[in-house]
Design a protein around this ligand. Structure first.
Ligand SMILES: C[S@@+](CC[C@H](N)C(=O)[O-])C[C@H]1O[C@@H](n2cnc3c(N)ncnc32)[C@H](O)[C@@H]1O
Length: 230
């Protein structure tokens, strides 16, 4: 009997330890319970870079249609970077083609009291970016859903490339670009856009599930830079 209880206890301990090891929170920036899993480290690095360049304008393509509930599956970037924007007197514009996604995201933005700094736009992202007039400090590309279908993959990759080309002229030497859903069969959302960016002088800073890029002329790479490389 004693042995059975011991085995059950050990199983429970192993189970919860495994869960805790896999759990990747952004604590203390976000409450510990939210698991950002495969995006945690790139989010952390992006947040650090945002502070270093004192970002003021952030654009996200593809809004957080599941709110913070989607931290593990979708990323919940509208809330994460929206919170950073609020705390740092910046603005996050998040654009989505789906009314339903905008509705859910708007509700979450309001619930988190981020509506002073997060603005949602119902539009095709390429169209929205092509008409954007201000300089962009941080560009987060995460719209056209990727899938296992080769044709959808091609369309998604093409769309993310079009997004970048549409906003390229509004980026500056210290802009930060983060692309979601890259480490996937077929090359992910970033395949075409990253190849194009590299030709245009962008360098990969982190390559995980997401890819984080800075321009080669960024102060980050210069000897006398004042951007932390921690
Ligand atoms: C993966 S979700 C975005 C997740 C969000 N970035 C997050 O961190 O939670 C992709 C979103 O892109 C939107 N989308 C798809 N095609 C689009 C397009 N052409 N223009 C703008 N948004 C688009 C979808 O409606 C969907 O809400």
């Amino acid at each position: 009997m004693y042995n059975v209880i011991l085995v059950i206890l050990l199983t429970i301990i192993v189970f919860f330890t495994g869960k805790l090891i896999k759990h990747k929170s952004l604590y203390p920036f976000m409450p510990f319970r939210y698991d950002f899993r495969k995006r945690r480290d790139t989010f952390l690095r992006a947040l650090e870079l945002l502070s270093n360049i004192k970002a003021k304008i952030i654009i996200e393509t593809g809004t957080s249609r599941e709110g913070l509930r989607g931290s593990k599956s979708q990323g919940a970037a509208s809330i994460v970077f929206g919170k950073w924007a609020k705390e740092n007197d910046a603005i996050l514009h998040t654009v989505d083609i789906s009314e339903e996604s905008i509705k859910v995201s708007q509700m979450e933005v309001e619930a988190q009291k981020l509506d002073t700094n997060v603005f949602l736009h119902l539009s095709d992202s390429v169209q929205y970016l092509a008409n954007f007039g201000d300089k962009v400090d941080f560009l987060y590309l995460d719209s056209y859903d990727y899938s296992e279908e080769v044709e959808v993959q091609r369309l998604s990759q093409e769309h993310h490339l079009k997004e970048f080309k549409a906003i390229e002229k509004q980026l500056h030497k210290n802009s930060i670009v983060l692309i979601d859903d890259c480490d996937l069969p077929g090359g992910g959302k970033g395949k075409s856009v990253i190849a194009y960016m590299i030709i245009q002088g962008w360098k990969i800073l982190m390559k995980e599930y997401q890819v984080l890029l800075l321009h080669k002329d960024s102060s980050y790479f210069s000897k006398e830079n004042n951007i932390s490389k921690s």
